[in-house]
Write a protein that binds this ligand. Structure first.
Ligand code: V0D
Length: 264
């Protein structure tokens, strides 16, 4: 399974990369990884560049991490691309952010097809600019027959907003008489969320040193392992991903009692 990773260009730090890779267990790769991709603006500021340069670099990291995750056998990658709070940023920055899906897909869609990757989204797409919606919808349509990795973008997503919507559609059904008081269970609420068809994330990664959820998948992350790093998203690489997975696997072994005798 790691052959594809081996083929990739060797980095400055190949020895430590290979060491990291050896520590990762092939058979316990988290099926669903969710990532809060933070630190793009800070990355640019450190280089005296405009914030949008950081976002653009962050988009290139999305490409790279999608490839690594796919090569590792991850099934679902959910990326927090734009939150319901991000509209408060300067218009010029929001406008640039909204051009990223188009830029990303123009250059990356052929590779997504080649890799059998399916693009999906969660969040309220209806208030995104028309050109952004078009780019997204076209990618979703073109990849909907693909059966490999699900690349799930959270766009104009907020978890509380998602829960409010779920409650409202449940109320609608209660009023219509198709749902009753007794039907309101954890499983049923899960069914009304935008992630209804997906398993819950096994691993949450947040970059750039902030240690909070920022309204991301509150319901879905109830049992998820969290991994935080000071690395800024544009600097996040395959080594960081492997480190996160290695830590995830060691916690699973300790607390899940799955793979017995291993100790670290
Ligand atoms: C900026 C770091 C890819 C986070 C990553 C509109 C902030 C780069 C996409 C993308 C963003 C979204 C949907 C899609 C294909 C690509 C993206 C946004 C921001 C918000 F179908 N990167 N990216 N979308 N950034």
């Amino acid at each position: 399974m790691f052959n594809k990773l081996f083929r990739k260009k060797s980095n400055t730090n190949e020895a430590s990369f290979n060491q990291q890779k050896d520590l990762v267990k092939d058979e316990c790769i988290p099926a669903h990884i969710a990532i809060i991709m933070d630190g793009n603006g800070r990355w640019a500021k450190k280089r005296a560049m405009p914030r949008i340069k950081g976002h653009h670099e962050g988009m290139n990291t999305v490409r790279k991490i999608t490839r690594y995750a796919d090569d590792l056998g991850v099934k679902i990658l959910t990326l927090y691309a734009f939150s319901t709070e991000n509209w408060k940023r300067p218009k010029i920055e929001v406008d640039f952010l909204m051009s990223l899906p188009g830029q990303f897909l123009n250059s990356f869609l052929p590779e997504l097809m080649e890799r059998n990757i399916r693009v999906e989204m969660i969040g309220d797409g209806s208030t995104l600019p028309a050109h952004t919606q078009k780019a997204l919808q076209s990618a979703i349509d073109q990849t909907k027959g693909n059966t490999g990795l699900i690349l799930n973008f959270a766009m104009n997503y907020g978890s509380r907003d998602e829960i409010v919507r779920a409650m409202k559609s449940m109320m609608d059904e209660v009023e219509a008489g198709t749902l009753s008081y007794e039907d309101i269970t954890e499983e049923r609420i899960t069914d009304y969320l935008m992630t209804a068809h997906l398993p819950e994330p096994d691993l949450l990664i947040r970059t750039s040193g902030e240690v909070r959820l920022s309204n991301f998948m509150l319901w879905q992350l109830a049992y998820t392992e969290f991994w935080f790093t000071d690395t800024l998203w544009p600097d996040f690489d395959e080594k960081c991903l492997l480190e996160a997975i290695r830590v995830y696997q060691s916690r699973n072994r300790r607390y899940g009692g799955l793979k017995g005798e291993e100790t670290e």
